[in-house]
Design a protein around this ligand. Structure first.
Ligand code: DGP
Length: 140
């Protein structure tokens, strides 16, 4: 998808409407059109970058600062039991809009959102092997 076709670029440019909460030079926060919780908010970079792997650090920092600002406001407004911040990269992670964004999800104990996992001990050898692969990539 090019920047020209990108839904979130069109929202940044004001060519598509959004229920806006906040914006600064590098980021924008607005309500998700398919909310899974009351107050479900998106924070996007104004710059078009598809994923966290592509986005320049200053733009990422601006988005994270806005996420904290909005999460604090959501906490004050709704007093949820918790807040999940989630961010997907690529189709295998179910990213449906290829423009970098973070979700802010007010949570409660009984919301049954399918994103919690049980804490099951992993195989230490498999964990160590995965770490070795990542360390090699870091060094390479
Ligand atoms: P993801 O699947 O992580 O890429 O999340 C994309 C989110 O964007 C999804 O929760 C729905 C939301 N969304 C898609 N199109 C629009 C739109 O035009 N306006 C708004 N406000 N949200 C949108």
């Amino acid at each position: 998808m090019s920047e020209h076709d990108c839904i979130f670029c069109r929202i940044v440019a004001g060519r598509l409407p959004s229920v806006s909460l906040y914006e600064d030079a590098h980021s924008k926060a607005f309500m998700d059109i398919n909310p899974v919780a009351r107050g479900h908010t998106l924070v996007i970079s104004k710059l078009h970058a598809e994923t966290m792997l592509d986005i320049p650090l200053p733009a990422l920092e601006a988005v994270v600062a806005t996420v904290q600002r909005i999460a604090r406001a959501i906490d004050a407004a709704f007093h949820p039991d918790g807040i999940t911040i989630v961010q997907s990269n690529g189709p295998g992670a179910a990213q449906s809009i290829p423009h970098f964004h973070m979700h802010i999800l007010p949570r409660n104990f009984y919301d049954d959102l399918p994103m919690n996992w049980r804490l099951t001990p992993g195989d230490r050898r498999v964990i160590e092997e995965a770490a070795q692969s990542i360390r090699a990539a870091l060094e390479g």
